[in-house]
Design a protein around this ligand. Sequence first.
Ligand code: F6P
Length: 548
Amino acid sequence: MSFTLRPGPRTAMWAKLNEHAARLSATPVRDLFARDPSRYAQFSRERAGLLMDFSRQRLDAPALAALLQLADAVGLGERREAMWKGEHINGTEDRAVLHVALRQPAGAGIGGAAIEKLVMDERTRMLGFAEGVRGGTIRGSTGQPFRCVVNIGIGGSDLGPAMAVQALRAYTQGAPRCEFVSNVDGCRLAEVLETADPATTLFIVASKTFTTLETQTNAQTARAWLAGRLGTAAVPKHFAAVSVNHQAMDAFGVHPEYRFQMWDWVGGRYSVWSSIGVALAVAIGARNFEAFLGGGHEVDEHFRLSPWGDNLPALMGLIGVWNINFMHLPTLAVLPYDDSLRRFPAYLQQLEMESNGKSVMLDGTPVECETESVIWGEPGNNAQHSFFQLLHQGTQRAALDFLLPARSSCGNQAQQNLAIASCLAQAQAFMAGQSAEVVREELRQQKLPPERIEALIPHKIDPGSRPSTIVLFRQTDPATLGRLIALYEHSVFTQSVVWGINAFDQWGVELGKKLTAQLVPAVEDPRGQHGASPGVQQLLGVVERWRG
Ligand code: F6P
């Protein structure tokens, strides 16, 4: 891969953006608001069912214009087209990247006619199965309907469906309970099995490769549990699977009608839209799952067709570049003001950090600038009462994304109004801060002695200018959740193009997998023949002593 413009600090664009950054770093954001009454209108956009207010970012019109030019200079439009056309933009794995094909409506032809047909056929099969499980026409080996669906998967085969089932709880009435099991220690599985009735439990083994240690281990444990209670012959009626690996599904004994296909052109962390979302489809039903896909497709079309200055995912990605590379903020806190979105930050951690946690460019040379920031977060009100102190007054600074629904997810609008007030208050406080003069006046009103006032002032000053974006939406419903995920997916893509990196491979996680496989025999039998290093052997000695 050669670059028309090698992104990074050596370019004139970068130098220009650095000049804007130097100028703006000396300007409190509250002054930008004071100078320009139209700031909200200039730095907010309502598109595709979402409102993005980025007026509290440390940006002005010339800096934003330079960021938009950067998108053109790095060829964002060409890369976007290449993705849509199914070119192998995931070069290190020689694969197309077509998650956008998964959420297309019939007739859209995304990925070409053959891929569209594959997607539509598989979607119909998967949704038919999900409805059958949901409605009780597909039953277990004893003839009883399923009351519990256990998704066994990890990473992209867990985080998306688990987050979405939680987020859309309000749409799950009448559905079997959906549980998610991912970790290899087996504790979560044990917890789920404690209250599960084998006759009414369906396991879904979700694994693109069907080789992942955690998933395979939990799936084997679940199968043994079921076979031990209902007999081996019952297993095929209680196990569905989603994978590209048919051989492995054969070996596991998955019935052909209970297995669903995915393709190597769907990355794990982009796969919730595929049959990997079958647990979500069981939970919310086919119509709502289609609405979820529809929301994603709406943002796809918006991203594909809108000029950068009006394009929410591109703007979000470019603002991220601004904060990471020019404001030097190494972390982004994601703060939903809706408890049902409590797994959204964890979902975004994989989407963003597994995608863009890279330090070489597409041509294998080292990047010359920072790439992905650390993503973290919690529901906003919880965060206020734990780590917001550091964000307000600590020495480490972070960028912030507030996710804010106008309507309650659980029908309690009075309490959602308090969440809205909390979110807007925090965004304002992070932006405006609190000056010494304001603190002094407040303490005077409280009739404190002057020396006490002066002693307290340094502790109560809040510097402000902590940059934040508010993403406001009507409600956490299926279509909106689809829009939100697609918004972040294309923002991640935008950033990867600016940095000239591959957002679709994940070689870094492979080393740990390889070493784990080598170490399993050593952990099982520390005194046996194995190649564990001396340092590891020391630890294994202690493990052996303590595990009894
Ligand atoms: O953690 C690495 C990874 O390969 C992720 O990209 C993926 O989502 C996860 O493991 C699970 O993989 P699989 O779906 O193949 O079990």
